[in-house]
Design a binder for this molecule. Structure first.
Ligand code: GAL
Length: 431
């Protein structure tokens, strides 16, 4: 018998967004397509490396006797997946679990749509296992509503060492060195920087340039606290100019290119570098390559003392059926168990969400990521990724994406104009 997913709406706490209002208007009880003993999981892990990682969870669930209904929505960064999720929720039929991250977890929690995971969290000792910073993101109103699968670092530079050798350059540690190396790589006949012209990818490299150009404190003021003086000031203008210069290092064919195709350009030796979060490492791994030999990783130029974190997490939707709830609890438990944390993160390119695991199987880039995560957590420099939904709410993020991508693609727009628009984006979007 199909179970019923009946969202319990908590009207007084609704955020007055168009989505929330539409949800109130449109929500009816609808039959779920999920069987009682299975979970339907929405995510956007569709590249080679990502799919390998997602399969780890599917296999573990199936080994425990549960069914897995894969609800994969292609599109890097997850924008399309979130749109699809909203429409499913609006028709009263959300999946059992979905990859929802950062402040967006709070938005779904405020809508009253998320289930409580406290029972499994207590039984498994999540409070002791997880760093407080991570645990806080997973709780809404003091209760666990999501489980973290990993910690991704966004501020990475990836490189093909053969291309670097052919051009006679080393891994750059500053933006100036990147531009100089890029020029040499171009002269040697390669694409200096592989990129895909999609708004979220533009925003991904933009935030690394903001960090590398102006430092962590400025990043925090501008892209996390949305301080209008920082967003519209001289430092932002300088960062925007550095960002636009990156175009000189890109190729003509970048428009609309998926991020993993850009990674493939580095793998195949067509391009020298890619600025991308460490899900790119999942592609190098899936191609059978070894970190430090076949490909290189380093903090994005100028960001050695910073770590932009992006924590993937699965939030569970509120369900009425006991069997479906049981399947959700099993899913949540498995996600934080060592078996999953190790196998998933080896494939995904990220590091485990729990810091107590044996890292001996992980490569040098992952070990560096963990060390840098801990160092920046202790000394400062650990900042949430704006581009990956960890810093600001979805409406603000979307408005910033528009400014960033329009500026990047408009050869005539001065940085001063983009900085002004950045201020309005933060203001108009937050209501
Ligand atoms: C990020 C997500 C990663 C990866 C990437 C590319 O937002 O956190 O897990 O999937 O997008 O799609």
């Amino acid at each position: 018998m199909p179970s019923i997913n009946m969202p319990v709406l908590n009207v007084p706490t609704f955020k007055k967004s168009a989505f929330a209002l539409a949800l109130v208007a449109g929500t009816t009880m609808a039959a779920s397509t999920t069987q009682a003993n299975e979970v339907e999981v929405l995510h956007w892990w569709t590249s080679g490396g990502e799919a390998r990682a997602a399969n780890v969870l599917k296999d573990l669930m199936e080994a425990e006797g549960y069914g897995w209904q894969d609800f994969a929505v292609a599109g890097g960064g997850g924008e399309t997946a979130m749109t699809v999720l909203k429409s499913r929720a609006m028709s009263g039929n959300p999946p059992s679990a979905a990859q929802i991250k950062g402040p967006e977890i709070q938005e779904w929690g405020e809508l009253g749509l998320l289930g409580n995971l406290d029972e499994v969290a207590t039984a498994e000792g999540w409070n002791e296992l997880l760093p407080e910073r991570v645990a806080n993101i997973m709780r809404h109103d003091g209760q666990y509503v999501a489980v973290p699968v990993n910690v991704h670092r966004v501020n990475w530079l990836w490189a093909n060492p053969e291309v670097l050798d052919a051009a006679g350059v080393e891994m750059p540690t500053t933006l100036d060195e990147l531009f100089a190396a890029g020029e040499a790589i171009r002269e040697a006949g390669f694409v200096p920087l592989a990129h895909g012209g999609q708004a979220w990818q533009d925003a991904t490299i933009f935030e690394s340039v903001v960090l590398g150009s102006q430092g962590t404190e400025f990043y925090q003021q501008a892209l996390v606290e949305l301080d209008p003086e920082a967003l519209g000031g001289e430092q932002m203008i300088a960062a925007l100019e550095d960002f636009k210069r990156l175009r000189e290092l890109m190729d003509q064919g970048m428009s609309g290119r998926d991020w993993n195709i850009a990674t493939a350009m580095v793998i195949e030796g067509v391009a020298g570098f890619q600025l991308m979060g460490d899900w790119a490492k999942g592609e190098f791994t899936a191609a059978g390559l070894t970190a430090g030999e076949d490909y290189l990783c380093a903090a994005a130029p100028g960001t050695q003392d910073a770590f932009t974190f992006n924590i993937d997490s699965l939030a569970m939707f509120r369900v009425t059926d006991d069997a479906e709830r049981d399947a959700q609890q099993t899913l949540a438990r498995l996600v934080l168990e060592p078996t999953f944390q190790e196998a998933f993160n080896l494939a995904k390119g990220s590091i485990p969400a729990r810091p107590d695991l044996d890292m001996s199987e992980f490569d040098s880039c992952a070990k560096q990521s963990l060390a840098d995560f801990q160092r920046t957590a202790d000394e400062g420099g650990l900042v949430p990724s704006m581009a990956h939904g960890m810093a600001v709410r979805a409406d603000v993020q979307g408005a910033i994406f528009d400014v960033v991508t329009n500026y990047f693609n408009d050869t005539n727009m001065p940085a001063e104009e983009a900085a002004k628009r950045m201020v309005s984006a933060a203001e108009t979007a937050s209501f």
